[in-house]
Design a binder for this molecule. Structure first.
Ligand SMILES: Cc1cc2nc3c(=O)[nH]c(=O)nc-3n(C[C@H](O)[C@H](O)[C@H](O)COP(=O)(O)OP(=O)(O)OC[C@H]3O[C@@H](n4cnc5c(N)ncnc54)[C@H](O)[C@@H]3O)c2cc1C
Length: 464
């Protein structure tokens, strides 16, 4: 099979390795929230065989990274070395009989889709953007709109290779080195470099999706719709976090299925829009966001709508505008995502939504979803059965961080936990409470690998 071509800057919004300097410290690599911003050396990788020779003699630790689509500091290493994997992006094999695709870890899900969709296959689990790498998807054990029926991404990874900084290699699967398999899935890149992985794809017969959009008012209506649609493959809701009173927690529940009517199977067009500059800090405020939310809710006039639509706007509405994170201005944004178990999921969600509405800080990107009970294969995986809510907050001095800390404490009181891939603010005490198994993961950590997130929440430092 011919190697896939590396994506250009214009397509993915992230520089390709060839354009990255290897020498001096640079802040060219940002996480999606653009906070915090740290300098690091970039070590670009094109071939699996380059590692670990390419980190010999480096100081201050190493971290493998992909597309930098994590929001906070789990893909950053202050003054250290980022092993950038996006140049290591070749397809290795594909078996249409089993749907098993094997590729190098730096390939993006967008590149996989471009290859697989024309052959009648789709990703088993997809996040809200396709501009993430296979390695990044494994290291955060990402979840998608089908979590309740498919579990996490890691559940569909049949095997991968892990290379340690001492050059040793492990073939990891549920049956071969299963403890390393579990530690690496959701292991935040700390156990070593994933060089390649095999993924079980799902068959499709068309690009099109059969989609239903339904208005709801309040968390109870959201939960009723979830129950009613328990058998739908993909479900997710947008929720208005600015409204109070009669409109408190109103939203749109979306459910979708791959169309069973055979249709065109072609790759997606290149995105044409991009956010060209950093918006001024005042552009996103409680009035503009509330106005957007009201308009978005009423864009769909009828309380219920059915349509057939392409998978791109259904799965990746935000990918249509590259660099949309610039909309939050220079200061950047903080994401906040919790998973609260069923026991307190309803009351926790109501209380947290109340607190957010009171603050007037949240943005329009608020996603509410139910996690199912398929166990995640990862030691440190985030999802757990219950409700998950993801929110964006523009960073505002003296307002955003105290609010996030309050919300994190509330999450803790309701027995939930936060998602490291979306975090730049949880305290060490909060993290260690949410993930008491972190010490087990620490035993699998490669001695030279670390991240700013890991140092912040555990105090551990690299041996390099
Ligand atoms: C718009 C948007 C929507 C999103 N929606 C979702 C969603 O619905 N569900 C969800 O779960 N997440 C979601 N995310 C988060 C995103 O899917 C994850 O953060 C993902 O892991 C990012 O992948 P990446 O390639 O950008 O990796 P990076 O962010 O660069 O790195 C992520 C982690 O992977 C590690 N890593 C990367 N490559 C390797 C490798 N080869 N070997 C070992 N470790 C490696 C890094 O060390 C780091 O710990 C979303 C993000 C955005 C921007």
């Amino acid at each position: 099979m011919p190697p896939t071509e590396a994506r250009s800057d214009a397509k993915t919004g992230t520089p390709t390795p060839a354009s990255r300097p290897t020498g001096p410290l640079t802040s060219a690599f940002e996480s999606w929230g653009r906070y915090p911003r740290y300098q690091a050396h970039i070590v670009p990788m094109h071939w699996q065989s380059e590692f670990p020779a390419n980190i010999v003699g480096l100081h201050n630790g190493v971290l493998p990274v992909g597309m930098g689509r994590s929001y906070g500091d789990s893909c950053l290493l202050k003054d250290g070395n980022l092993v950038l994997t996006t140049g290591m992006n070749r397809l290795i094999s594909f078996d249409p009989n089993t749907g098993i695709l094997t590729a190098e870890a730096g390939i993006t899900l967008a590149q996989i889709l471009d290859f697989a969709v024309p052959r009648g296959f789709f990703l088993p689990v997809s996040p809200g953007t396709k501009y993430v790498t296979l390695g990044g998807a494994i290291a955060n054990d990402i979840h998608g709109k089908n979590h309740h029926v498919a579990g996490t991404f890691g559940s569909h990874v049949t095997q991968f290779e892990l290379v340690r900084s001492d050059g040793s290699k492990r073939l990891c699967s549920p049956t071969s080195d299963p403890d390393w398999y579990a530690a690496t899935i959701g292991g935040l890149g700390l156990t070593g470099l994933i060089t390649w992985a095999s993924l079980r794809m799902r068959p499709i017969v068309s690009r099109m999706m059969d989609v239903e959009y339904t208005h709801f008012h309040g968390v109870d209506e959201f939960l009723s719709l979830t129950k009613l649609n328990a058998d739908s493959t993909y479900t997710v809701s947008w929720v208005d976090v600015t409204s109070t009173g009669r409109n408190f927690a109103r939203g749109i529940f979306m459910s979708g299925e791959h169309s069973t009517v055979p249709g065109e199977l072609k790759p997606s067009p290149e995105p044409k829009l991009f956010f060209p500059f950093e918006a001024p800090g005042f552009a996103l405020n409680k009035f503009s966001v509330a106005a957007f939310n009201t308009a978005f809710f009423h864009k769909q006039m009828q309380p219920y709508k059915e349509l057939v639509q392409d998978y791109e706007p259904y799965f990746y509405p935000l990918d249509a505008v590259l660099h949309w994170n610039r909309m939050y201005g220079k200061a950047g944004l903080l994401q906040f995502q919790y998973a609260i178990p069923w026991e307190h999921a309803r009351e926790g969600t109501i209380e947290i939504l109340r607190e957010v509405a009171k603050s007037g800080l949240a943005s329009f990107l608020a996603v509410l979803k139910v996690f199912g009970d398929i166990p995640s294969p990862g030691l440190l995986s985030f999802p757990q059965p219950g409700i998950t809510l993801a929110l964006d907050f523009p960073i505002k001095e003296r307002l955003t961080f105290p609010l996030i800390e309050r919300l994190a404490d509330m999450t803790r009181e309701f027995g939930g936990r936060l998602y490291p891939a979306k975090d730049a603010a949880m305290t060490a005490a909060q993290f260690q409470h949410f993930y008491p198994q972190w010490e087990q993961l620490a035993r699998f950590r490669d001695p030279v690998i670390t991240s700013s997130f890991w140092e912040r929440v555990t105090g551990e430092r690299p041996a390099l």
